[in-house]
Write a protein that binds this ligand. Structure first.
Ligand code: CUA
Length: 172
């Protein structure tokens, strides 16, 4: 009888911990029950914010820049992004399948891409440079080859790029 009591107590303790920490758990099921943003991971390319023509860097008012990306097995789209140095860059990313993590090598910045939800964070890259963005979350057989690149350029250089070249540097 003592053993059963112990098991019950440990279960309750476990549930109590889970109840306070559930926001830190990465399982997509939490986002599902949390309502997410109502994003359909299978229909990202069909409609809404993450259609292909809307991916990459987009300039907003007052020279602000928003970068939209999709992570999917086993690529990031776009594969190369160019942004100006010294300007806050707002990232909005989502996943088309499983959880992926973008890590910006050489910085402390990282972003988790979760299916069914948008992850948003704003990072400023003080100096120009090239940052590799490998996937940092084991996501399947092609995980180790999954990467993108961030090209941080001086503001005047960014301003001199054509609109298409600002959106992505994939073709350069
Ligand atoms: Cu995507 Cu690992």
């Amino acid at each position: 009888m003592k053993k059963i009591g112990f098991v019950i107590v440990m279960t309750l303790v476990g549930l109590a911990i889970l109840a306070t920490r559930y926001a830190m758990v990465d399982l997509p099921v939490w986002h599902f029950f949390g309502g997410g943003n109502g994003l359909d991971p299978n229909g990202l390319h069909l409609q809404g914010e993450f259609v292909e023509s809307n991916l990459g860097a987009a300039e907003g008012p007052a020279r602000s820049v928003t970068v939209r990306m999709i992570a999917q097995q086993f690529v990031f789209v776009p594969q190369c992004i160019v942004v100006p140095a010294g300007v806050p860059i707002r990232f909005r990313i989502t996943s088309a399948d499983v959880v992926h993590t973008l890590s910006f090598l050489g910085t402390d910045y990282g972003l988790k891409a979760v299916p069914g939800a948008v992850t948003e964070a704003t990072f400023t890259f003080a100096k120009a440079g090239e940052f590799k963005i490998p996937c940092h979350e084991f996501c399947g057989a092609g995980h180790y080859a999954m990467r993108s690149r961030l090209d941080v350029v001086p503001q005047d250089q960014f301003a001199s790029l054509l609109p298409g070249e600002r959106r992505t540097c994939e073709l350069r």
